[in-house]
Design a protein around this ligand. Structure first.
Ligand SMILES: Nc1nc2c(ncn2[C@@H]2O[C@H](COP(=O)(O)OP(=O)(O)OP(=O)(O)O)[C@@H](O)[C@H]2O)c(=O)[nH]1
Ligand SMILES: [Mg+2]
Length: 444
């Protein structure tokens, strides 16, 4: 995708191509009104008023439509925009789009409408990126928090940090440029400022892991020795009879994966019971190997043992495999035990007792913080920019503690500003920009 200096007029279907109630074709650019006037039966437009009429190919009626005019700069892209709402059939949309292209529009590339919105300063880059997040979000909660980004929550936080950095930078620069008139700022003042800024950056970065899990989802693997009720728990959490459950040890052989929507998309993984003894068949052995492999990719492990039998040496051997993993210790079959130990989470996969509690705990463990309390998200690109800014400010802080020349300190402070400008899109290369908008779909 190229960034064009002079924007030509672009068009694309804004709704997915398929049969539907309505189809929308969006046109943006200087020629948007010129084009619609040539193909529409009722072409006198006023701001805020939609028009009803026919799309015409010469004398031939193509479709009965409603046209929505948006006059620059009050539109999504900031340019003149026209939206044609037609009947939602693939061929109707195609026919109208072809007419629009024939009149001089060019087919839009992926994300080009949003890119124009960004280049025309209708939104900053964090907002434009949240548009892609909203489109691609796997859960409704992620869509909600992305919407907060779109309304500018992250943008405000970053601007606030940037202003703080800029203020220090101005004071240092004034001292350097006008040594006779302006005293250079005290080092103790600089140290305070930098510490303050680091706190603010850390605050934004604190939600990074949660943001990533929100976006990518998390993998939760159920592990334990045979017959403890892993597959029963898998089914109970999913509320679905998905895995085979029997009283025979070694029932599950393959790794089973299902999506569990907890607000964050969780991939729940059921595995073969792990045991190391002579009479394990070839097939079961392979299953056990898979179980161990799927441990490696797990963000969180549900370690299950049979509470009615207590934790024995075989359970402990499996537990050994979890040394560096985040896990929850689950004592299953609570319906047939008398006494409960304190350090495990008692549950009955069979009766469903405490399954709902487990879902809640699981979500909290995976997220780190309650996703409902999240009021913005960051993506890995933004996190990288923030970390770059953080490093520079940390350098500046160190240098200030060592009373280094303020001229030198200002170099780090400037790089921090640049890193934040890269985040918001003030400073961007074509490559970065194209990468971002390639994640969009046509028509957005
Ligand atoms: N009483 C009771 N029985 C349970 C519970 N959960 C599972 N069971 C029984 O325990 C047996 C084994 O259950 P599974 O879910 O197949 O156990 P698993 O850990 O997947 O076993 P493998 O796949 O062989 O490793 C079955 O007979 C289940 O009905 C429970 O909470 N209470
Ligand atoms: Mg099983």
């Amino acid at each position: 995708m190229n960034i064009r200096d002079e924007f030509d007029t672009i068009a694309a279907p804004a709704t997915p191509m398929g049969a539907g109630g309505v189809g929308i074709i969006r046109i943006s650019g200087d020629k948007a009104f010129g084009i619609i006037e040539k193909i529409f039966s009722n072409p006198k437009f006023e701001p805020g008023k939609f028009k009803h009429g026919w799309i015409m190919d010469g004398e031939i009626k193509i479709d009965e439509v409603v046209v929505l005019p948006f006059f620059s700069p009050n539109s999504y892209t900031g340019e003149d925009v026209v939206e044609i709402q037609c009947h939602g059939g693939v061929n109707v949309v195609k026919n109208i789009l072809n007419l629009v292209l024939k009149q001089g529009a060019r087919m839009a590339e992926k994300g080009e409408f949003t890119k124009r919105a960004f280049l025309n300063k209708r939104m900053d880059l964090s907002q434009a990126e949240s548009v892609a997040d909203i489109i691609h979000s796997k859960t409704s909660e992620f869509a909600k928090v992305s919407m907060k980004n779109l309304s500018g929550v992250l943008k405000e936080k970053i601007n606030d940090i940037r202003n703080d950095i800029f203020e220090v930078l101005s004071k240092i620069t004034a001292g350097i440029d006008f040594p006779e008139d302006v005293k250079e700022p005290e080092y103790s003042y600089l140290i305070d400022c930098f510490e303050n800024i680091l706190d603010k950056i850390d605050n934004v970065l604190a939600s990074a892991e949660t943001s990533n899990i929100f976006r990518e989802g998390a993998k939760v693997t159920i592990i334990g020795k045979p017959n403890v009720g892993k597959s029963s728990l898998f089914n109970a959490l999913l509320n679905l009879d998905r895995a085979i459950v029997t009283e025979i040890a070694g029932t599950t052989r393959d790794v089973l994966r299902e999506t569990l929507d907890l607000g964050i998309p969780v991939t729940l993984i059921d595995t073969a019971g792990i045991r190391e003894n002579e009479d394990v068949s070839k097939v079961e052995k392979i299953g056990i190997e898979y179980s161990k492999q799927s441990l490696e990719e797990a963000d969180l492990v549900l370690f299950v043992y049979d509470a009615s039998k207590g934790m024995d040496d075989e359970d402990k051997e499996v537990l050994q495999l979890l040394q560096d993993k985040k896990y929850i210790l689950i004592a299953n079959k609570s319906d047939i035990v008398q006494k409960q130990e304190e350090n495990a989470f008692y549950i009955s996969a069979k009766t469903g007792d405490r399954v709902e509690d487990l879902r809640r705990i699981l979500k909290a463990k995976v997220c780190g913080i309650e996703p409902e309390t999240l009021d913005f998200v960051t993506n890995t690109r933004q996190q990288a920019c923030l970390k770059k800014a953080r490093n520079s400010i940390e350098q500046a802080l160190l240098a200030s503690q060592l009373y280094e020349l303020q001229d030198l300190i200002s170099i780090d402070v400037k790089s921090a500003v640049l890193a934040l400008d890269e985040l918001t899109g003030e400073l961007l290369t074509d490559n970065v920009l194209n990468n971002i908008f390639d994640n969009f779909c046509i028509g957005k």
